[in-house]
Ligand binder design. Sequence first.
Ligand code: DQA
Length: 148
Amino acid sequence: AKLLVLHGPNLNLLGVREPDIYGRETLADINSRLAQRAQAAGHELDWYQSNAEHELIGRIHQARDEQVAYILINPGAFTHTSVALRDALAAVAIPFIEVHMSNVHAREPFRRHSYLSDLATGVICGFGSNSYRLGLDAALAKLEPKPA
Ligand code: DQA
């Protein structure tokens, strides 16, 4: 099956951006590891990063045409602001897992609310780049064919 990893604003700066919070790995490191892991499990993984809300929304719409089976999304700050991103995910009805590298509950109060979490299959936060791997493993477990 096809999986899509979406990264929202400022995640292109991973490795450079606030390394105490987000670590030293780059987005390229993370994406290539996820792609390898998905491939080893017999699936296909694509990824996309944008700082622009409308581009992320466009990519979500495209995912429907591509018959993407599962989305992992780290919406960055749009988590806390974007009704439009929420509506896009609801519109395509592709199951998704919300991922955050930091523990958003241990930071500023405005990071505690997400416009997406109640629509997500689940939410993983606080494990650095491992949050993505844990999210991918959760999606892969969902995709495994159910016994007849
Ligand atoms: C983030 C947490 C958000 O609050 C923040 O705006 C980000 C990154 C995370 O991965 O921890 O950009 O989604």
